[in-house]
Design a protein around this ligand. Structure first.
Ligand code: SF4
Ligand code: SF4
Length: 72
C-alpha cells in the first residue's frame, strides 16, 4: 500500500514528485539524480506523485488493494 516503487531506470531526478507530494515522502538523491522513497510510513496513497511524474516512474498501490486482517 502507498507508494510502491520508483523505477530508477525511468526516473530523471527532476524532483517534481518531491514538490508535489503533500506529505514529504520522497527525496531526490542528488549524487545519483534519482528519486527515493524516504518516509514511506507517511504516504497516504493520494497518487499525486504517480500522476505528475513526467517519466511515469512511480507506482502507487491504491488503498483498496490493502488486505484486511481477519479477526479470527
Ligand atoms: S517526478 Fe518522476 S522523474 Fe521526476 S524525480 Fe520524481 S520519479 Fe523521478
Ligand atoms: S502517493 Fe501521495 S503521499 Fe504518497 S508519496 Fe505519492 S504524493 Fe506523497
Amino acid at each position: 500500500m502507498g507508494i510502491s516503487y520508483i523505477d530508477v531506470a525511468l526516473c530523471n531526478g527532476c524532483g517534481i514528485c518531491v514538490k508535489h507530494c503533500p506529505l514529504d515522502v520522497i527525496r531526490v538523491d542528488k549524487q545519483r539524480r534519482k528519486a527515493i522513497i524516504k518516509y514511506l510510513r507517511d504516504c497516504q496513497s493520494c497518487a499525486l506523485c504517480e500522476e505528475d511524474c513526467p517519466e511515469h516512474a512511480i507506482y502507487v498501490t491504491p488503498w483498496r488493494e490493502r488486505r484486511l486482517v481477519a479477526p479470527w
